[in-house]
Design a protein around this ligand. Structure first.
Ligand code: GDP
Ligand code: MG
Length: 335
């Protein structure tokens, strides 16, 4: 095949109009809407439901944490999904929130992450199956998890061994964003020391979290990602209730020592987390899921498929050659 020469830059003599392609794309995308799937992982009562409702400023999932000591712990990690359509300035976002109540609640938490990992892989597998069907749908309904919010208990000491195991497993299949839950229960000094500790543990165990390094980033994007990496894990406070501070009603919590304004950067890092998830990295979380996590799953599956089919092919050929092989008898070959 002849090589195609490098294109030469030409000047136009008049207005052609292909600069409208961005608005054509926008129109199509707007019609279709967007899909964002998030999973929350962490012990019951750490404020998972509350945080989701705080981020998206709507009551999307019920807060039904174990609020009293008499209430029994859940026995298994049951996966529950709720789906909502939210809209902002004409942009429609379909939000799937996957709740994993029961994770880490047991005395023996061995393998409690398995249903979560399985759920994430199952979504990849369902997507791959739909992609491989002959009559492929034009738009495959995407249930792949774009972001996993991992809730760290505000103990102020260190990550639990189970957390390290689970973080490692999760980070291999999904974009993980860890948060220090209910950080209002720690003083500023405790928070800083805890964060420091967590960071060094993550480094020590070689746990690679989102956002990942990439050659495609420009200087601004790289600087933003560096700031985010420094902030991670986000020390957050969630609240669905409003409190009045200086005559203004804000989302916050009132405790024995005073009032916390969830959206005040001096009080906690909620705003950093929300901006990261919704204002700067929403599209990148979706893209990274497809290009890194799903791609890894897909190539592994397809390679395995190829291997089994070539083995089957070999076996078939062997069987055929055994049956077809001319048998040499005393009177010459017998077929
Ligand atoms: P989940 O079981 O992890 O979903 O936890 P919930 O969202 O149901 O919250 C359990 C309890 O913790 C509720 O009473 C919440 O009001 C409370 N809570 C949620 N977030 C925070 C927080 O950031 N700080 C404090 N102090 N309490 C919180
Ligand atoms: Mg909950």
């Amino acid at each position: 095949m002849a090589a195609i020469a490098e294109p030469q830059k030409m000047n136009l003599n008049g207005y052609v109009g292909f600069d409208s392609i961005t608005s054509q794309i926008e129109k199509k995308l707007l019609k279709r809407g967007f899909q964002f799937n998030v999973i929350v992982v962490g012990q019951t009562g750490l404020g998972k439901s509350t945080l989701i409702n705080t981020i998206f400023a709507a009551h999307l999932i019920d807060s039904k944490g174990r609020t009293s000591a008499e209430e029994p712990f859940r026995q298994t990690t049951e996966i529950q999904t709720v789906s909502h359509l939210i809209e902002e300035n004409g942009i429609r976002l379909r939000l799937n929130i996957v709740d994993t109540p029961g994770y880490g609640d047991q005395v023996n938490n061995e393998n409690c992450w398995e249903p979560i990992i399985k759920y994430i892989k199952d979504q990849h597998s369902a997507y791959l199956r739909k992609e491989l069907t002959a009559m492929r749908e034009r738009y495959i309904q995407d249930t792949r998890i774009h972001c996993c919010l991992f809730f760290i208990s505000p103990t102020g000491h260190a990550l639990k061994p189970i957390d390290l195991v689970v973080l490692k497993k999760l980070s291999e299949v999904v974009n993980v964003v860890p948060v220090i839950a209910k950080s209002d229960s720690l003083t500023m000094e405790e928070r800083i020391a805890f964060k420091h500790r967590i960071k060094s543990e993550l480094g020590f165990h070689n746990i690679k979290l989102y956002p990942y390094d990439s050659d495609e980033l420009d200087d601004n994007e790289r600087a933003l990602n560096d700031r985010i990496k420094q902030t991670i894990p986000f020390a957050i406070v969630g609240s669905e209730k409003n409190v009045v501070i200086d005559g203004k009603s804000v989302r916050g919590r009132r405790n024995r020592w005073g009032v916390i304004n969830v959206e005040n950067e001096n009080h906690c890092e909620f705003v950093h987390l929300r901006d990261f998830l919704t204002r700067t990295h929403l599209q990148d979380l979706i893209e990274t899921t497809a290009q890194i996590h799903y791609e890894a799953f897909r190539s592994k599956q397809l390679l395995a498929l190829k291997e089994t089919s070539s083995k089957q092919h070999e076996q078939q050929q062997q069987q055929q050659s055994q049956t077809v092989q001319p048998q040499v008898g005393p009177g010459g070959p017998v077929i």
